[in-house]
Design a protein around this ligand. Sequence first.
Ligand SMILES: [Fe+2]
Ligand SMILES: [Fe+2]
Length: 190
Amino acid sequence: MEVTREQAWQTLTRHTKSESLLRHALAVEASVRWYARDFGEDEEAWGCAALLHDFDYEIHPTLDKHPQDGAPLLRDEGYPEWLIEAVLSHAEHLEMARDTALKRTLFACDELSGFVHACGLVRPTGLDGLEPKSVRKKLKQPSFAAGVHRDEVYAGAELLGLELDDHIRNVVAALQPIAGELGLRTAADA
Ligand SMILES: [Fe+2]
Ligand SMILES: [Fe+2]
């Protein structure tokens, strides 16, 4: 089956009503798409996996259910196994091998997209002018965006074989075009 963004969006929004969770899905999608373009991979396919990675979080908010109990729902809707496997692999507790570029990219973009988004929300110019250095500084403040697992941010960059600063720069660039959808201001608003 060919996966389309339209279908992935329908699945996501059928199970997810929270604006912050939808924004998280959009942010991770944009970052994963950025890397798909960079790697010359199938942007649409990678984007769908990213869009759906937390699709069941609202109905399965605990780790004894998310994302493993979501997988049968995706299977019922006809999603291919490579997508379902990628979705499952983002969860640390399932301890799956991240043996494809998509799995590595999804893991690497999940926590950092959320963190960069949070950095943008507290700046009058949003993501515009946000430097890796100030993102790194905030990573060292445990109270800022406390829900973001720092160890997973660092492990993600390493998994992609990137310096953290480069990974941050890429994610900032990926999120900038959808700043409005993410509820972020831009330099034009300041
Ligand atoms: Fe998740
Ligand atoms: Fe996530």
